[in-house]
Design a protein around this ligand. Structure first.
Ligand code: ASP
Length: 439
């Protein structure tokens, strides 16, 4: 049994958090490869070390005074080192970092130093060897991640090691330049390492006990999700349920390794298991409900549209030419609606209308803005009758007008369009009908 454990920034924000991490790692001998993020926020008003590094680099590379920010970063690390009573000195590392900042080593280099230094501290604290991600995580000269090369390199490098600490978030290009993943990218490193060492489990430790059935800002104390499939997670993540970096899914998914989201502050909580497939029945008919605001629809009306071959293609081509991606396309016999992101559409609105007029000569075009989408997701819906009925009666009881309905053909989700102002109430009504009444 082998586990890869990744700890997020808030799990490593200070010495107190570090102690929790050590207790977690040492409680289970199979937790052998540790991926740390950079120190995150200690409280809601704090700044992440990664953000301080970006700021410090921008000042240094533009010849402005950067000393105070650099001191702030140094203090974050010395506080941790002193708080843990370690005999570790990062002076040499910091002088090399400062030199490289002045030589304009790049913003990615700058940002990556948070993970690099934190991994040095973690390796010292746990007594595990340190492996620099720059030596094993590969990018090409254009900054694209090289999955297969990295997998081979990492597998070989780690094959002889029983334990290691590997910093998250970055790797290097062929010329040695440091390249980072997008923000939150330590999740990806953890997933890549899990694949390379053929781990049995990838544990991702953060500050929440996994995914919740609904957003806790909208629903009070929502129920946790015990098990979720990768496909369900994709649907919910797209709708804004963000606990894990989306790109972290692919390496482990391909290798059939489950992910367990865990809470460093509540290590006894089982968290959420993310799996490819499962026979485990979800606790409720739905696995989760999430959504987003800020959509609008363009509704095109034309008599006999249904018999005009190529009508849909011509309309969609107008959106394509204007570089607007569409989300959904509910249609009637003589009408067709295109649902798009409002902010993407707004500046191009008149160009799109003119384009549609030229392309298909419609009878009318109507716009409706300020719409929200709510996605009800669940592998359990396929086996249950009446799910849609319950959703819509719950919405009707809550006096919410449904503007659009779309059930994916996989029966994994039902997407409902409502007015922005009804969004929160819609989520609460759906949560209540499935979770509260199914208890
Ligand atoms: N430290 C990086 C960030 O703040 C990467 C990570 O935390 O995963 O985005």
């Amino acid at each position: 049994m082998k586990k890869v454990v990744k700890f997020g920034g808030s799990s490593l924000a200070n010495a107190r958090q570090y102690r929790k991490v050590k207790a977690i790692v040492t409680a289970d001998r199979t937790r052998c490869f540790v991926i740390p993020s950079a120190p995150g926020k200690r409280d809601s008003k704090d700044t992440k070390v990664t953000d301080l590094l970006y700021r410090c680099y921008d000042e240094a590379s533009e010849g402005r005074p950067y000393g105070p920010i650099l001191d702030q970063i140094k203090k974050r690390f010395t506080d941790i080192i002193d708080g843990l009573g370690l005999d570790l000195n990062l002076d040499f590392e910091f002088s090399r970092i400062e030199e490289n900042f002045l030589k304009k080593a790049g913003r990615d280099y700058a940002a990556s130093r948070g993970e690099y230094l934190n991994a040095l501290v973690m390796a010292d604290y746990l007594g595990f060897p340190f492996v620099d991600a720059a030596d094993v995580v590969r990018f090409d000269e254009n900054g694209h991640f090289l999955a297969e090369e990295t997998n081979a390199e990492l597998a070989e490098h780690l094959s002889t090691m029983k334990q290691a600490v590997i910093p998250g978030f970055y790797g290097s290009a062929p010329d040695g330049t440091i390249v980072t993943f997008s923000r939150g990218g330590s999740d990806i490193t953890g997933s890549i390492v899990a694949r390379a060492v053929q781990a049995d489990l990838y544990e991702n430790w953060t500050d929440v006990s996994g995914f919740l059935v609904a957003d806790p800002h909208i629903v009070k104390d929502p129920a946790p999700i015990e098990t979720i499939t990768y496909r369900e997670l994709r649907e919910l993540a797209y709708m804004g349920a963000n606990v894990l970096h989306e790109d972290a899914i692919f390496p482990v998914r391909r290798a059939g390794i489950p992910i367990n989201i865990r809470n460093t502050n509540r290590p006894k909580d089982p968290g959420t298991m993310i799996v490819e497939t499962t026979t485990k029945r979800p606790l409720y008919t739905i696995t989760g409900v999430a959504g987003k605001k800020g959509f609008c629809t363009v509704t095109i009306d034309k008599a006999m549209m249904n018999s005009e071959i190529g009508f849909g293609r011509k309309v969609l081509e107008v959106f394509e030419k204007n570089m607007i991606s569409f989300e959904h396309m509910p249609s009637g016999i003589d009408t067709m609606s295109i649902l798009i992101h409002q902010d993407e559409f707004q500046e191009k609105e008149q160009a799109v209308i003119a384009g549609i007029n030229r392309a298909v000569r419609p009878d009318s075009i109507e716009l409706e803005s300020d719409l929200a989408l709510v996605a009800v997701v669940g592998r359990g819906m396929k086996a249950n009758r009446g799910t849609a009925g319950r959703i819509f009666s719950a919405l009707a009881h809550a006096r919410i007008n449904v503007k659009m309905i779309d059930q994916g053909s996989s029966e994994l989700n039902i997407i409902i369009g409502v007015k922005n102002e009804d969004f929160e109430n819609a989520i609460r009504a759906i949560y209540d009908i499935f979770v509260q009444t199914e208890l």
